[in-house]
Design a protein around this ligand. Structure first.
Ligand code: BES
Ligand code: MN
Ligand code: ZN
Length: 501
């Protein structure tokens, strides 16, 4: 999809479709008022007759309005005027994009709701338009024999402003939106690919492909033999039951001088989680192909970062493996020695995410990180606690936690903090090793984070549990691309701070 910005009066635009917002309670947005005036009250008559109520998500296509140059006018329902939040606007615009796609228009123009928005609002608005449009148009096709190509796809969207001077602000928003959408789409594609295609080797190749595409990115893959030499005993134990070789994927982004400490993003790249010897029940086990969505989100964020050329140093570390039952698989009761030297008693082989992550977190120390943020589909308990709306956030640094929470708000990809109190640590006590890999029934998301915390004491660290947010189940089954928007927003903020100081 191509995005452009222009300025002018709505009624004079020659376009296949002009999108204007209508609020509930018969209120017209400023662009709708202009269209109404030019068409001598056509729009307000229609609303009076009850044909369009302005409910959020509603869309009505009108043809050949008198006095208006556009071929079509699409009325976009925006809900109540005093409740127009970014979140609601996303839903309204998403409805409009679907209506545009269903009609014959290959390009369209969209007007802001109100004249003279504040600078920052305008950038956010443009970004939201781009992100939402790309999201609505996303199709997964990789493993379908017939591609369902539309005859006349919507290919171009123009944002119509009333002041030329505001164009650069909208252009900035478009760039951000496109970068985030690219990252989100990469994460969605990787997540949706089946486990027999998206293996650890496939993820590693994907990192190499990104490094080829962007000069600012450099990929290095640690193979099994090197991991053995270094002693990544926890990661290797998880992979023992698999015929696919494990990989420790690293992708380095250099956008700042070498002396600037990097932000390290660690993503769980478990390409299929059957549970291992502690095998999972069969129902919905297919969804465990999504157990690499943390890794995919981190790779997507790296792509967004490279697209935006942010003045930061960022490093992705993705431990990747399968978790399968096998004669060689690790067993309940086994004791492993992690890269940190700490020993772990495996009480449940299905708690494998923390095992591959703990070695990746220890490995991250070599980069002398400013902060480390790990992202993982780590616990079913997080789905019970927060459902599909918020990712779980735990951190050993409150200021980092607050920055991530704020980034989640701004990007509409929210997280919610849970406590990382020492009180929970004792649930990991083991008679046979330094710790057990599970902490019993209570507070599963917290004890998982407590386990990781034992490997991150030397740096500022945050953990995002995306078990409930990384994909949707049921009829709309599919990866969401979360938390690419949150992480990218965090990086954008960090880049702005770096510039200001
Ligand atoms: N990948 C799963 C977590 C998961 C389960 C995410 C369902 C999304 C939906 C993880 O490896 C796992 O199996 N965790 C166990 C931990 C338990 C054995 C302590 C869980 O949550 O059941
Ligand atoms: Mn598991
Ligand atoms: Zn898992």
């Amino acid at each position: 999809m191509n995005f452009h910005v222009t300025s002018g009066t709505p009624e004079k635009q020659r376009t296949a479709a002009l999108v204007v917002g209508i609020y509930e309670d018969e209120k017209l947005s400023s662009s709708a008022q202009r269209i109404d005036k030019a068409s001598e009250g056509y729009v307000s008559r229609l609303i009076k007759q009850g044909d369009f109520t302005g409910k959020k998500g509603q869309a009505l296509l009108l043809f050949a309005l008198p006095g208006v140059k556009a071929e079509r006018v699409l009325l976009m329902g925006c809900g109540q005027k005093d409740k127009v939040t970014a979140k609601n606007l996303r839903q309204s615009w998403s409805g409009a994009v679907k209506a545009l796609q269903a009609c014959g228009a290959t390009e369209a123009m969209i007007c802001p709701l109100e004249a003279k928005p504040k600078d920052e609002e305008l950038t956010q608005w443009a970004r939201l338009i781009v992100e939402t449009a790309e999201q609505a148009l996303y199709r997964y096709e990789h493993t379908k024999s017939k591609k369902e190509s539309l005859k006349k796809p919507l290919a171009k969207l123009t944002l119509l402003l009333d002041q030329r001077s505001q164009q650069p602000l909208a252009e900035q928003g478009i760039l951000q939106g496109q970068a985030i959408a690219k990252g989100v789409n990469l994460a969605r594609d990787l997540g949706n690919l089946p486990g027999n295609i998206c293996t650890p080797t496939y993820l590693a190749d994907e990192a190499r492909r990104l490094a080829k595409e962007y000069k600012s990115l450099k990929a290095k893959i640690l193979e099994q033999a090197e991991m053995e030499k270094l002693g990544l005993g926890a990661l290797l134990a998880v992979s023992r039951g698999s015929r696919q070789p494990p990989k420790l994927i690293t992708l380095e982004y250099k956008g700042a001088p070498g002396k600037q400490k990097p932000i390290v993003l660690v993503g769980k790249g478990l390409t299929f989680d059957a549970g291992g010897i502690s095998i999972k029940p069969g129902e919905r086990m297919d969804e465990m192909k999504y157990d690499m969505c943390g890794g995919a989100g981190v790779l997507g964020t790296m792509q967004a970062c490279a697209e935006l050329e942010l003045p930061l140093n960022v490093i992705a570390v993705v431990p990747s493996s399968e978790n399968l039952p096998d004669g060689a698989a690790n067993k309940p009761g086994d004791v492993l020695t992690s890269l940190s030297g700490q020993t772990i008693e495996v009480l449940n082989t299905d708690a494998e995410g923390r095992l591959i992550l703990c070695d990746a977190l220890t490995y991250s120390k070599r980069y002398r990180p400013d902060v480390v943020i790990d992202v993982a589909t780590l616990t079913g308990a997080c789905v019970i606690a927060l459902g599909a709306h918020a990712s779980g956030l735990l951190s050993n640094d409150q200021s980092l936690a607050e920055h991530l929470l704020a980034a989640g708000q701004t990007s509409d990809d929210r997280a919610w903090q849970l406590p990382l109190w020492d009180d929970y640590q004792q649930q990991l006590d083991s008679n046979f090793a330094d710790m057990a890999n599970i902490g019993g029934r209570g507070a599963g998301t917290i004890t998982a984070a407590c386990f990781l915390a034992r490997f991150t004491e030397e740096f500022r660290w945050a953990h995002l549990d995306i078990a409930g947010t990384a994909w949707l189940s049921g009829k709309e089954k599919g990866a969401t691309g979360r938390p690419v928007p949150l992480l990218t927003q965090y990086l954008i903020q960090r880049a702005q701070e770096a510039k200001a100081s």
